[in-house]
Design a protein around this ligand. Structure first.
Ligand SMILES: C[S@@+](CC[C@H](N)C(=O)[O-])C[C@H]1O[C@@H](n2cnc3c(N)ncnc32)[C@H](O)[C@@H]1O
Length: 282
């Protein structure tokens, strides 16, 4: 087995996604300042430390972005499947004495409903970042997150890995039942295969198929009852689209903030226009 690298080597497009996340989370904690509690889940946390492959710049991963907000969230829940990565994050959190941050080793599809959701009050703002490397999120997990709160649905930011994973899996899924089942778990039912068959029959272009499958996921989120479901992206590697980021929220203000955050050109450390997120003075 290859040893996982720490810090995690990431490409520019990952660093860029982290900048958008960072700006949004800082705005989120300010917008929810009046709430007595707010909770943050990172379902695919990684080890917390990244290094940009193209430049060697060390940057913070999603856990430290979330932990840096001012004011902070009340409690943080980080899930990471790989023990080495989870324990690196756990040790650093322990060294900094961050008793409101909890690291779980395991599959987020099991850990979130079984261990995390029971700890989160049902009537306070909560936000989950789902940043999978592929199609690891089961629709059942999205559903359990969405339905956790009583008055509103939990806010979600989901990486939708269309070109980097889903489109590549389609031809394999047609022959391989395990991959077929993974996609069915990802979408929650077999509507995806009907869509794929329709797309193949209509001889759609890659662009038309991408739009069809983004729409499918957006519709699934809308069917859960979300008032605002908005895709951002695609983020590119050179000229190749890789993934979208999808925001789901019941808050008009949250949706507006997200639009503002994504409406601006962002830069990453090492680039000329880079500006770190501004935090309030304490
Ligand atoms: C793209 S990385 C996320 C990095 C992190 N969000 C960041 O930006 O710093 C995806 C991580 O998810 C982990 N992972 C993969 N499948 C998982 C699962 N089912 N549950 C929890 N973690 C998983 C991988 O080991 C990897 O560290």
């Amino acid at each position: 087995m290859t040893k996982l690298q720490i810090p995690s080597p990431v490409r520019k497009w990952t660093a860029l996604k982290l900048e958008y996340l960072d700006y949004y989370l800082q705005a989120y904690v300010i917008a929810t300042k009046q709430s007595r509690e707010k909770h943050y889940i990172d379902a695919f946390a990684g080890c917390g430390d990244c290094s940009i492959i193209e430049t060697g710049y060390q940057i913070e991963g999603s856990p430290w972005r979330a932990l840096s907000t001012i004011p902070s969230f009340t409690q943080y829940y980080f899930v990471e499947k790989e023990e080495d990565l989870a324990s690196h994050l756990r040790v650093k959190i322990f060294e900094k004495d961050l008793t409101h941050a909890h690291v779980y080793t395991g599959d987020c599809n099991e850990v979130i409903p079984r261990l995390i959701l029971p700890k989160i009050p049902k009537n306070v703002p909560s936000f989950t970042f789902l940043d999978p490397p592929g199609v690891q999120i089961n629709w059942q997990t999205v559903r359990s997150l969405a339905s956790h709160r009583t008055n509103m649905k939990m806010e979600l930011l989901i990486l939708y890995p269309y070109d980097m994973a889903i489109a590549r899996l389609f031809p394999i899924a047609l022959k391989n039942p395990a991959v077929y089942n993974t996609l069915t778990r990802f979408y929650g039912n077999e509507k995806w295969i009907e869509e794929l068959e329709d797309s193949l029959e209509a001889e759609e272009t890659a662009k038309q198929r991408r739009e069809r499958f983004i729409q499918l996921y957006l519709n699934n989120l809308k069917d859960l009852g979300y008032c605002h479901v908005e895709p951002y992206g695609p983020l590119y590697s050179g000229h190749r689209p890789l993934y979208y980021v999808i925001f789901a929220s019941d808050h008009a203000i949250g949706a507006k903030i997200m639009r503002d955050v994504w409406g601006k050109t962002r830069f990453i450390p090492g680039e000329l226009g880079y500006k770190p997120v501004r935090r309030p003075q304490v």
